[in-house]
Design a protein around this ligand. Structure first.
Ligand code: ADP
Ligand code: MG
Length: 315
């Protein structure tokens, strides 16, 4: 397949029907309508083969993950995802690979009701860059820099399964490894939390590089610190099972979960808890923001645990 045939057969047919897309794939630029009174939020992520996913990963999963991680960034700001562009670099135009990749793309576009409105297709080592665009009222976006000392710290879901999957431990039975790989390769962007973040959160960040590292970013930008209570950290049960002693460490530092860490002002805590409980969504209070800088983690006896936030860094 040549470049233009490929764009037409693989990508042009994908576009999720959205009223707000005036012009999608095919012209020099896409054109979309913004909802009245809302601002545009934009986030870009690149996934490189061998760095962000195993080079033998299934093309469907690669597509899903590429989009979900960018949508996760919008969700963490309480912005509604609407459109993406895809810059795809690949070593050759393998029809089977492309067909599976586009199936994965269709799945994830449908899941989040977003439209692929453009992109670029080039030859080279496999890498996928997604730019996700969404919208929100400017005064309703939730930032990293707006937490206050005294706010309660929450985290959604359970942590550490994706990080455990990467370890590919020999004693993990195949069924469990499959479940862990699912967590790693098909992360759910927490768009279901958007209404609650919008309504209650004073700050938020999505957890791509590990809870401790990402919470540390939030603390630095908010010029606050954090105290975490270790027994409340929601460790994924498979992680507790397979890594007993190191489970907490990996739940704190392991990346790729794409859950959301957010803060709720103390005054809103009770009503938030009640509201979220009614939905059945798991959100756990794990600590409190503090005036002093840095993150402290306390064990069940109230003793500090020796710990460095770390987090993944490319350079
Ligand atoms: P140009 O040469 O003007 O940059 P291209 O030939 O690269 O345009 O692309 C033609 C059209 O196809 C454009 O609308 C572009 O957004 C779209 N497109 C190219 N590659 C992709 C892709 N991987 N996914 C989605 N749309 C794509
Ligand atoms: Mg181009």
């Amino acid at each position: 397949m040549g470049e233009f045939e490929l764009i037409n057969t693989c990508f042009k047919s994908l576009t999720t029907a959205r009223q707000d897309v005036v012009l999608g794939i095919g012209d020099d630029a896409a054109c979309v309508n913004m909802p009245f009174g809302e601002s545009l939020l934009v986030s870009t992520d690149t996934l490189v083969s061998g760095v962000h996913f195993f080079s033998d990963a299934h093309p469907k999963d690669i597509a899903w993950r590429s989009v979900a991680v960018s949508v996760s960034d919008l969700a963490a700001m309480a912005a509604t995802p609407r459109w993406i562009t895809l810059a795809l670099t690949m070593p050759d135009s393998n029809a089977k690979w492309l067909s599976e990749f586009t199936q994965g793309l269709q799945q994830v576009l449908s899941e989040y009701q977003i439209a692929l409105i453009g992109g670029d297709t080039t030859k080279g080592p496999l890498s996928i860059t997604i730019t996700a665009m969404g919208s929100a009222k400017a005064n309703k976006i939730v930032q990293r820099s707006t937490a206050r000392a005294g706010d309660k710290i929450y985290v959604s879901g359970q942590l550490g399964a994706a990080a455990l999957a990467v370890k590919k431990l020999k004693d993990i039975i195949p069924e469990d490894q499959a479940q862990l790989m699912q967590k790693l390769m098909k992360p759910k962007a927490r768009t279901d939390l958007i209404p609650f973040l919008k309504k209650y959160a004073s700050s938020a960040i999505d957890i791509s590089d590990g809870l401790a590292g990402d919470l540390n970013h939030l603390c630095e930008q908010s010029k606050t610190g954090a105290s975490l209570f270790a027994p409340h950290i929601p460790i994924h049960p498979l992680l507790s099972y397979y890594l007993q002693d190191d489970a907490l460490g990996l739940a704190l530092t392991g990346g790729d979960d794409y859950e959301i860490c957010f803060t709720i002002p103390k005054a809103a805590q009770a009503i938030f808890q009640e509201d979220i409980k009614a939905t059945g969504l798991l959100c756990t209070c794990i600590g409190i923001m503090t005036p002093s800088q840095g993150i402290c983690i306390f064990n069940k006896d109230g003793q500090p645990i020796d710990f460095k936030p770390g987090g993944y860094q490319h350079f």
